[in-house]
Write a protein that binds this ligand. Structure first.
Ligand code: AMP
Ligand code: MN
Ligand code: MN
Ligand code: MN
Length: 283
């Protein structure tokens, strides 16, 4: 039995509207079973699942935070920005999502073409299946490659077919960091730099990214993530203190079959860190 179920929260999760496998209602049910009291749905570049998730949280008596995870480019590198408490009706957000959806569809189509031409895989067919989603991602292609027996698991599919220097790779051209930050700001979201410990960046580069994030109105770093090493947690906590940023916490849950990031994180944080929770209005 959890002794403090009221302190379990999750501000980073995915449904099948992007590259998660559960419906929003299934996700909420699973979070409730785990004792999560406050949940954000943060699908990649889409708010399509928020209505269903909100209704399910209401029915379950859980606090709901409408969210999104935006892809963006900072100095040539892909980074992710989580927006919490977003107004999904905002016109600027809507046009941003429409633009990114078109880019995602074009990228997957091009990846399909390359897999077809360079590796003689049924890439066009797989890409057209994946393209039906509200936010099609490479993970959709990876799962289809596994289903059809072209890779043992999704990691192998990325390594062999989808990552840089493989037959199917197409570089992503995400909106610029400043543009994504402006969309979050204009749509009323609290901006969170997603999984900063996972970027391939030197400590100097990560410090510069964090500085840019703080300067453009960023509020929090994801400082308590499933799978974070104690060393990573220390590095990110130090960045929070240095730039006066709050701490967000989440699982980045996609799939119940992946055992290492179950839903829900404790609010308990390293000394000197303030949780992002007080900034959030749930709706
Ligand atoms: P995209 O936004 O289309 O580039 O797809 C990226 C998504 O694929 C991420 O959000 C992850 O969920 C997933 N992903 C990226 N790299 C890997 C990997 N090596 N293994 C498994 N999933 C991955
Ligand atoms: Mn994902
Ligand atoms: Mn991410
Ligand atoms: Mn994510």
């Amino acid at each position: 039995m959890d002794s403090h179920p009221e302190t379990l929260v999750d501000f980073h999760t995915h449904s099948h509207f992007s590259d998660g496998v559960l419906t929003p209602a299934q996700l909420v049910a699973r979070a409730q079973q785990r004792g999560v009291s406050m949940l954000a749905l943060t699908d990649h570049d889409t708010t399509a699942g928020l209505t269903e998730a909100r209704a399910a949280c209401e029915a379950a008596g859980m606090r709901f935070v409408p969210g999104i995870e935006l892809s963006a480019t900072w100095r040539g590198q892909t980074i992710h920005l989580v927006g919490l408490g977003i107004d999904e009706q905002h016109a600027g957000l809507q046009s941003h999502m429409a633009k990114v959806l078109a880019q995602r569809q074009a990228r997957l189509r091009e990846m399909g073409e390359r897999l077809e031409k360079r590796a003689r895989l049924p890439g066009r067919e797989l890409a057209s299946i994946a393209a039906g989603c509200a936010a099609p991602t490479r993970l959709h292609l990876a799962r289809l490659l596994v289903e059809r027996g072209f890779a043992r698991d999704t990691q192998a599919a990325f390594d062999r077919w989808l990552n840089r220097n493989t037959a199917g790779h197409v570089p992503a051209e995400w909106p610029a960091f400043d543009e994504a930050m402006a969309v979050l700001r204009d749509s009323g979201a609290v901006a969170v730099l997603a999984h900063p410990h996972r970027y391939r960046a030197s400590s100097g580069q990560l410090r510069e990214l964090t500085a840019a994030f703080a300067q453009t109105g960023g509020a929090a770093l994801e400082a308590s993530m499933a799978g974070m090493s104690p060393n990573d947690a220390d590095r990110i906590a130090a960045l929070c203190r240095r730039f006066n940023l709050r701490a967000s916490m989440g699982s980045d849950f996609h799939d119940p079959a992946v055992p290492w990031n179950p839903l829900g994180r404790w609010l308990k944080l390293a000394p000197g860190l303030e949780p992002v929770t007080q900034l959030l209005k749930s709706a």
